[in-house]
Ligand binder design. Structure first.
Ligand code: SF4
Ligand code: SF4
Length: 319
Protein backbone atom coordinates (compact mmCIF):
# COMPACT_ATOMS: atom_id res chain seq x y z
CA UNK A 1 0.00 0.00 0.00
CA UNK A 2 1.39 3.39 -0.83
CA UNK A 3 0.49 6.79 0.50
CA UNK A 4 0.51 9.55 -2.07
CA UNK A 5 0.35 13.20 -1.19
CA UNK A 6 -0.27 15.73 -3.83
CA UNK A 7 -0.27 19.32 -4.76
CA UNK A 8 1.54 21.00 -1.94
CA UNK A 9 3.34 24.05 -3.17
CA UNK A 10 7.08 23.76 -2.89
CA UNK A 11 6.95 19.96 -2.80
CA UNK A 12 6.88 17.53 -5.65
CA UNK A 13 3.30 17.56 -6.88
CA UNK A 14 2.41 14.25 -5.36
CA UNK A 15 5.09 13.56 -2.78
CA UNK A 16 6.21 14.55 0.65
CA UNK A 17 9.55 12.81 0.52
CA UNK A 18 11.61 15.95 -0.11
CA UNK A 19 10.72 17.60 3.11
CA UNK A 20 8.82 15.35 5.46
CA UNK A 21 9.75 17.29 8.57
CA UNK A 22 7.43 20.19 7.69
CA UNK A 23 4.37 18.00 7.56
CA UNK A 24 2.48 18.02 10.82
CA UNK A 25 1.95 14.43 11.97
CA UNK A 26 -1.82 14.70 12.10
CA UNK A 27 -4.35 13.00 9.90
CA UNK A 28 -7.07 15.57 9.23
CA UNK A 29 -10.58 15.33 7.80
CA UNK A 30 -12.70 17.87 5.94
CA UNK A 31 -14.20 18.88 9.30
CA UNK A 32 -10.84 19.43 11.03
CA UNK A 33 -10.07 23.06 11.82
CA UNK A 34 -6.94 25.05 10.98
CA UNK A 35 -5.92 28.56 11.87
CA UNK A 36 -4.42 30.18 8.81
CA UNK A 37 -4.71 33.18 6.56
CA UNK A 38 -2.61 34.43 3.68
CA UNK A 39 -3.01 38.02 2.54
CA UNK A 40 -0.87 40.92 1.31
CA UNK A 41 -0.41 42.13 4.89
CA UNK A 42 1.59 39.11 6.11
CA UNK A 43 5.33 39.67 6.61
CA UNK A 44 6.18 36.77 4.35
CA UNK A 45 3.90 37.77 1.48
CA UNK A 46 5.04 35.93 -1.71
CA UNK A 47 7.92 34.25 0.16
CA UNK A 48 6.55 30.88 -0.92
CA UNK A 49 6.57 31.84 -4.61
CA UNK A 50 10.30 31.31 -5.06
CA UNK A 51 12.78 28.45 -4.92
CA UNK A 52 9.99 25.98 -5.56
CA UNK A 53 9.10 23.19 -7.92
CA UNK A 54 5.59 23.57 -9.28
CA UNK A 55 4.48 20.77 -11.53
CA UNK A 56 1.73 21.74 -13.95
CA UNK A 57 -1.23 19.50 -14.67
CA UNK A 58 -2.94 19.56 -18.08
CA UNK A 59 -5.77 21.64 -16.60
CA UNK A 60 -3.27 24.11 -15.08
CA UNK A 61 -1.69 24.56 -18.51
CA UNK A 62 -5.07 25.02 -20.18
CA UNK A 63 -6.12 27.69 -17.67
CA UNK A 64 -2.82 29.55 -17.81
CA UNK A 65 -2.68 29.60 -21.61
CA UNK A 66 -6.22 30.98 -21.67
CA UNK A 67 -5.28 33.57 -19.08
CA UNK A 68 -2.18 34.66 -20.97
CA UNK A 69 -3.91 34.26 -24.32
CA UNK A 70 -1.03 32.37 -25.91
CA UNK A 71 -0.85 28.94 -27.56
CA UNK A 72 0.39 26.02 -25.47
CA UNK A 73 3.65 25.59 -27.39
CA UNK A 74 4.55 29.23 -26.70
CA UNK A 75 3.61 28.87 -23.04
CA UNK A 76 5.71 25.72 -22.69
CA UNK A 77 8.73 27.42 -24.22
CA UNK A 78 8.48 30.61 -22.26
CA UNK A 79 7.31 29.49 -18.84
CA UNK A 80 8.18 25.85 -18.26
CA UNK A 81 10.98 23.33 -17.94
CA UNK A 82 10.72 19.62 -18.65
CA UNK A 83 10.69 17.24 -15.71
CA UNK A 84 9.70 13.68 -14.85
CA UNK A 85 6.55 13.09 -12.84
CA UNK A 86 6.76 11.40 -9.50
CA UNK A 87 10.04 9.54 -10.08
CA UNK A 88 8.57 7.78 -13.07
CA UNK A 89 9.63 7.98 -16.70
CA UNK A 90 6.51 9.99 -17.52
CA UNK A 91 7.49 13.40 -18.90
CA UNK A 92 5.81 16.56 -17.69
CA UNK A 93 6.57 20.22 -17.10
CA UNK A 94 7.17 22.51 -14.15
CA UNK A 95 7.15 26.29 -13.93
CA UNK A 96 10.47 27.85 -14.98
CA UNK A 97 11.65 30.19 -12.25
CA UNK A 98 13.15 33.55 -13.15
CA UNK A 99 16.93 33.46 -13.51
CA UNK A 100 17.64 36.67 -11.60
CA UNK A 101 15.72 35.95 -8.39
CA UNK A 102 14.72 32.27 -8.64
CA UNK A 103 11.05 33.22 -8.28
CA UNK A 104 7.91 32.23 -10.10
CA UNK A 105 7.55 34.13 -13.40
CA UNK A 106 4.10 35.33 -12.29
CA UNK A 107 4.96 36.84 -8.93
CA UNK A 108 5.33 40.58 -8.31
CA UNK A 109 5.70 42.45 -5.00
CA UNK A 110 1.93 43.00 -5.21
CA UNK A 111 1.26 39.26 -5.43
CA UNK A 112 0.36 36.67 -8.01
CA UNK A 113 -0.52 38.14 -11.41
CA UNK A 114 -2.44 35.01 -12.45
CA UNK A 115 -4.10 34.44 -9.07
CA UNK A 116 -7.53 33.28 -10.25
CA UNK A 117 -5.85 30.87 -12.67
CA UNK A 118 -2.92 29.86 -10.47
CA UNK A 119 -1.78 26.22 -10.68
CA UNK A 120 -3.21 23.43 -8.55
CA UNK A 121 -0.08 23.16 -6.38
CA UNK A 122 -0.39 26.83 -5.37
CA UNK A 123 -3.99 26.30 -4.28
CA UNK A 124 -3.18 23.39 -2.04
CA UNK A 125 -0.58 25.11 0.09
CA UNK A 126 -0.47 24.64 3.09
CA UNK A 127 -3.06 21.84 3.15
CA UNK A 128 -2.15 18.64 1.35
CA UNK A 129 -4.29 15.65 0.57
CA UNK A 130 -3.20 12.05 0.87
CA UNK A 131 -4.83 9.21 -0.91
CA UNK A 132 -3.93 5.62 -0.17
CA UNK A 133 -5.25 4.42 -3.50
CA UNK A 134 -4.58 7.18 -5.97
CA UNK A 135 -3.45 4.68 -8.59
CA UNK A 136 -6.78 2.88 -8.31
CA UNK A 137 -7.54 -0.25 -6.33
CA UNK A 138 -9.33 -3.26 -7.73
CA UNK A 139 -11.49 -5.93 -6.16
CA UNK A 140 -11.20 -9.66 -6.92
CA UNK A 141 -13.13 -9.16 -10.18
CA UNK A 142 -10.89 -6.35 -11.37
CA UNK A 143 -13.48 -3.62 -10.73
CA UNK A 144 -12.18 -0.39 -9.32
CA UNK A 145 -13.07 0.27 -5.72
CA UNK A 146 -12.48 3.58 -4.05
CA UNK A 147 -13.88 4.99 -0.85
CA UNK A 148 -13.74 8.42 0.72
CA UNK A 149 -12.12 6.69 3.72
CA UNK A 150 -8.96 6.34 1.65
CA UNK A 151 -8.38 10.09 1.79
CA UNK A 152 -7.09 12.31 4.50
CA UNK A 153 -5.54 15.76 4.77
CA UNK A 154 -2.43 17.14 6.39
CA UNK A 155 -0.84 20.53 7.03
CA UNK A 156 2.59 21.64 5.87
CA UNK A 157 3.96 24.16 8.34
CA UNK A 158 7.14 25.84 7.23
CA UNK A 159 9.04 28.34 9.38
CA UNK A 160 8.89 31.12 6.83
CA UNK A 161 5.10 30.93 6.52
CA UNK A 162 3.54 33.42 8.93
CA UNK A 163 -0.02 32.66 7.84
CA UNK A 164 -0.37 30.36 10.85
CA UNK A 165 -0.03 33.37 13.17
CA UNK A 166 -3.18 34.94 11.73
CA UNK A 167 -6.50 34.77 13.50
CA UNK A 168 -8.73 33.17 10.88
CA UNK A 169 -10.12 29.70 11.57
CA UNK A 170 -11.48 27.39 8.86
CA UNK A 171 -12.41 23.78 8.45
CA UNK A 172 -10.29 22.00 5.86
CA UNK A 173 -13.45 21.76 3.72
CA UNK A 174 -13.99 25.53 3.86
CA UNK A 175 -10.35 26.20 3.06
CA UNK A 176 -10.44 23.88 0.05
CA UNK A 177 -13.66 25.45 -1.27
CA UNK A 178 -12.16 28.93 -0.89
CA UNK A 179 -9.07 27.92 -2.82
CA UNK A 180 -11.04 26.21 -5.62
CA UNK A 181 -9.23 22.95 -4.94
CA UNK A 182 -12.24 20.66 -5.41
CA UNK A 183 -12.70 21.75 -9.03
CA UNK A 184 -9.00 21.17 -9.70
CA UNK A 185 -9.12 17.76 -8.06
CA UNK A 186 -11.97 16.77 -10.34
CA UNK A 187 -10.16 18.07 -13.42
CA UNK A 188 -6.84 16.42 -12.52
CA UNK A 189 -8.16 13.14 -11.15
CA UNK A 190 -7.81 10.89 -14.20
CA UNK A 191 -4.45 12.32 -15.16
CA UNK A 192 -3.08 11.79 -11.66
CA UNK A 193 -4.38 8.26 -11.79
CA UNK A 194 -2.32 7.63 -14.94
CA UNK A 195 0.83 8.86 -13.22
CA UNK A 196 0.15 6.82 -10.09
CA UNK A 197 -0.62 3.74 -12.11
CA UNK A 198 2.69 4.16 -13.87
CA UNK A 199 4.44 4.67 -10.56
CA UNK A 200 2.93 1.51 -9.13
CA UNK A 201 4.48 -0.50 -11.98
CA UNK A 202 7.96 0.50 -10.87
CA UNK A 203 10.93 0.87 -13.16
CA UNK A 204 11.01 -2.76 -14.30
CA UNK A 205 8.34 -1.91 -16.87
CA UNK A 206 9.41 0.75 -19.35
CA UNK A 207 7.31 2.96 -21.57
CA UNK A 208 8.21 3.14 -25.24
CA UNK A 209 9.55 6.46 -26.52
CA UNK A 210 6.43 6.78 -28.65
CA UNK A 211 4.19 6.29 -25.59
CA UNK A 212 6.16 8.92 -23.66
CA UNK A 213 5.86 11.40 -26.53
CA UNK A 214 2.11 10.80 -26.73
CA UNK A 215 1.70 11.25 -22.97
CA UNK A 216 3.67 14.51 -23.07
CA UNK A 217 1.80 15.86 -26.08
CA UNK A 218 -1.65 15.02 -24.71
CA UNK A 219 -0.76 16.36 -21.25
CA UNK A 220 0.72 19.66 -22.35
CA UNK A 221 -0.69 20.76 -25.70
CA UNK A 222 -4.37 20.14 -26.35
CA UNK A 223 -4.34 21.91 -29.72
CA UNK A 224 -1.72 19.42 -30.88
CA UNK A 225 -3.73 16.52 -29.46
CA UNK A 226 -6.84 17.77 -31.29
CA UNK A 227 -4.90 17.78 -34.57
CA UNK A 228 -3.82 14.22 -33.81
CA UNK A 229 -7.48 13.18 -33.43
CA UNK A 230 -8.80 14.93 -36.51
CA UNK A 231 -5.85 14.95 -38.88
CA UNK A 232 -4.15 11.58 -38.37
CA UNK A 233 -5.33 8.01 -38.98
CA UNK A 234 -7.00 8.09 -35.53
CA UNK A 235 -10.56 8.22 -36.88
CA UNK A 236 -9.84 5.33 -39.27
CA UNK A 237 -8.65 3.27 -36.32
CA UNK A 238 -11.11 3.92 -33.49
CA UNK A 239 -14.87 3.76 -33.27
CA UNK A 240 -15.99 7.18 -32.11
CA UNK A 241 -19.44 8.38 -31.17
CA UNK A 242 -20.43 11.37 -33.35
CA UNK A 243 -21.68 13.29 -30.34
CA UNK A 244 -18.37 12.89 -28.49
CA UNK A 245 -16.46 13.88 -31.61
CA UNK A 246 -18.52 17.06 -31.98
CA UNK A 247 -17.82 17.91 -28.33
CA UNK A 248 -14.08 17.35 -28.42
CA UNK A 249 -13.83 19.36 -31.63
CA UNK A 250 -15.06 22.48 -29.87
CA UNK A 251 -14.58 22.01 -26.16
CA UNK A 252 -11.09 21.91 -24.61
CA UNK A 253 -12.26 20.42 -21.31
CA UNK A 254 -14.06 17.56 -23.10
CA UNK A 255 -10.95 17.06 -25.21
CA UNK A 256 -8.76 16.96 -22.11
CA UNK A 257 -10.94 14.32 -20.46
CA UNK A 258 -10.93 12.32 -23.67
CA UNK A 259 -7.12 12.53 -23.81
CA UNK A 260 -6.95 10.88 -20.35
CA UNK A 261 -9.20 8.09 -21.62
CA UNK A 262 -7.08 7.64 -24.71
CA UNK A 263 -3.88 7.54 -22.67
CA UNK A 264 -5.36 4.97 -20.26
CA UNK A 265 -6.24 2.82 -23.28
CA UNK A 266 -2.91 3.11 -25.07
CA UNK A 267 -0.56 3.12 -22.08
CA UNK A 268 -2.32 0.65 -19.81
CA UNK A 269 -4.67 -1.29 -22.07
CA UNK A 270 -7.85 -0.04 -20.38
CA UNK A 271 -10.67 -1.11 -22.70
CA UNK A 272 -12.47 2.23 -22.92
CA UNK A 273 -12.07 3.05 -26.63
CA UNK A 274 -13.03 0.53 -29.27
CA UNK A 275 -10.79 -0.24 -32.22
CA UNK A 276 -12.71 -0.66 -35.50
CA UNK A 277 -13.54 -4.25 -36.40
CA UNK A 278 -11.82 -4.08 -39.79
CA UNK A 279 -8.65 -2.73 -38.16
CA UNK A 280 -8.63 -5.63 -35.70
CA UNK A 281 -9.12 -8.07 -38.59
CA UNK A 282 -6.39 -6.40 -40.64
CA UNK A 283 -4.03 -6.61 -37.66
CA UNK A 284 -4.82 -10.31 -37.12
CA UNK A 285 -4.28 -10.92 -40.84
CA UNK A 286 -0.96 -9.06 -40.66
CA UNK A 287 0.18 -11.16 -37.68
CA UNK A 288 -0.96 -14.33 -39.44
CA UNK A 289 0.91 -13.34 -42.59
CA UNK A 290 4.03 -12.68 -40.54
CA UNK A 291 3.64 -16.06 -38.87
CA UNK A 292 3.02 -17.76 -42.23
CA UNK A 293 6.08 -16.05 -43.60
CA UNK A 294 8.24 -17.23 -40.68
CA UNK A 295 6.93 -20.81 -41.07
CA UNK A 296 7.74 -20.69 -44.79
CA UNK A 297 11.14 -19.28 -43.98
CA UNK A 298 11.94 -22.15 -41.58
CA UNK A 299 10.72 -24.70 -44.17
CA UNK A 300 13.03 -23.08 -46.73
CA UNK A 301 15.94 -23.15 -44.29
CA UNK A 302 15.25 -26.79 -43.47
CA UNK A 303 15.12 -27.73 -47.16
CA UNK A 304 18.37 -25.86 -47.83
CA UNK A 305 20.04 -27.64 -44.93
CA UNK A 306 18.80 -30.99 -46.20
CA UNK A 307 20.08 -30.26 -49.71
CA UNK A 308 23.46 -29.12 -48.36
CA UNK A 309 23.81 -32.26 -46.25
CA UNK A 310 22.93 -34.43 -49.29
CA UNK A 311 25.44 -32.53 -51.44
CA UNK A 312 28.22 -32.96 -48.86
CA UNK A 313 27.38 -36.65 -48.59
CA UNK A 314 27.51 -37.07 -52.38
CA UNK A 315 30.93 -35.35 -52.57
CA UNK A 316 32.41 -37.27 -49.64
CA UNK A 317 34.96 -40.00 -50.57
CA UNK A 318 33.70 -42.08 -47.67
CA UNK A 319 30.53 -43.80 -48.88
S1 SF4 B 1 1.56 31.01 -9.82
FE1 SF4 B 1 1.09 32.67 -8.42
S2 SF4 B 1 0.73 31.68 -6.45
FE2 SF4 B 1 1.77 30.20 -7.74
S3 SF4 B 1 3.94 30.44 -7.29
FE3 SF4 B 1 3.49 31.74 -9.03
S4 SF4 B 1 3.02 33.73 -8.19
FE4 SF4 B 1 2.90 32.25 -6.51
S1 SF4 C 1 1.54 33.33 4.59
FE1 SF4 C 1 2.42 31.42 3.86
S2 SF4 C 1 1.27 31.05 2.02
FE2 SF4 C 1 1.00 33.23 2.47
S3 SF4 C 1 2.65 34.27 1.41
FE3 SF4 C 1 3.40 33.81 3.45
S4 SF4 C 1 4.50 31.89 3.11
FE4 SF4 C 1 3.15 32.11 1.41
Amino acid sequence: MSTEEMNVKGKPLFGKDNNPSNILPQKLTLESKIKFRCHPGVRCFTACCGGIKIILTPYDILMLTRRLDIPAHEFLQQYTLPTYLEKTDMPGVMLKLREDDNKCPFVTPAGCTVYTDRPTACRYYPVGMADFHEGGTRDGKGNEVKGEDDKFYFVVKEDHCKGFEEDKEWTIGEWRADQGVDVRDEMNKEWLRLVMRRKSFGLQATLSEQAKRMFFMASTDLAHFRRFIFESSFLDTYEMDEEILAKIKEDDIELMHFSFKYLAATLFGVANIKIKEEKVKAKIEQIKQRQDESVLQSIREYEELKAETARQKAESPIK
